[in-house]
Design a protein around this ligand. Sequence first.
Ligand code: IPM
Ligand code: MG
Length: 360
Amino acid sequence: MGGTYKLAVIPGDGIGPEVVDAALGVLEQIGKVYGHQFVTKTLLAGGCAIEATGNPLPPETVAACRASDAVLLGAVGGDQWDDLPGDKRPEKALLGLRGQLGLYANLRPALLYKELQEACPLKPEIIGEGLDLLVVRELTGGIYFGPKGRRTTEKMGEEAFDTEVYSEAEVERIARIAFTIARNRRRQVTSVDKANILESSRLWRAVVTRVAADYPEVKLNHLYVDNASMQLVRDPKQFDVILTTNMFGDILSDEASMITGSIGMLPSASLAHGNFGLYEPVHGSAPDLAGQDRANPIATILSVAMMLRYSFALPQEAAAIEQAVQQVLAKGYRTGDLMNPGKTLVGTAQMGKLISGYIQ
Ligand code: IPM
Ligand code: MG
């Protein structure tokens, strides 16, 4: 017997609506094949919400997300809102959702499909058999959420500040997520910090080391973030789970995504306590591609797979999506970001339909 699941859908701005449409088509196919019902409710957030309501994150959107089992988000932002003050910008919607929904654990798997090896910018001898790592990014703390502001100084003019703050409890809960996941992978956690400089990183490192003692089967090492960013392109195969702060995870996950051929391939899950989560591609709203049916919907489609796995406990359905993606790539279909000679160029909608077609 299939189940009924309530899904809040936030298409957002730029290519967001197109990639979300493609992903919902795939979800509908899953519903048909496996007998589930996905009840969706479309909500405003980001630039489109600013235009419609003056607020990047209307309270009704947050309330409707809370009343759902999971949230699927496309992307927010665009040039036309770039000059707005920080708390009125579309990006505020994302941070507001993460904070207000308690989505503290951000999982960003970077997987290089063997079909896409030619799209990987690293030399074949560096990549070897492929790449499969997971960035576990703390998502509701650190410098993105710490005290910030501006003040006028006497001699130096205006001054601005942002503050990196981490508590023991915040570090411990994200560390436990990373170690728990690592147990079912290659049992290796690399914690990334800047403990040679930052006090918050020294606390981070101490807490992670303490938590590691509860997971003796998992190997822990620590890297400074500058070294980690270098190691990612020098020898990415050394990584299994990368556990890191909000800002370092933001940066390192973009870097890791490019190794997989295109940022258009990377899904993410942002999890709260329990099963609730928000699922979105790692890429942004790509205004230059918007409305042209050119964006790669695979990151969003794979985000739906993560949703099925983490929020709805439907691992078989999740695997069906992941296999369908692989089959379509194996057949040589590519969106523009992944295009190489000899492959077949398809648009956003067509890519979604092709993937749906392999779910039977
Ligand atoms: C991401 C994005 C966001 C972030 C922005 C758009 C607020 O870059 O999800 O990685 O910095 O977290
Ligand atoms: Mg980012």
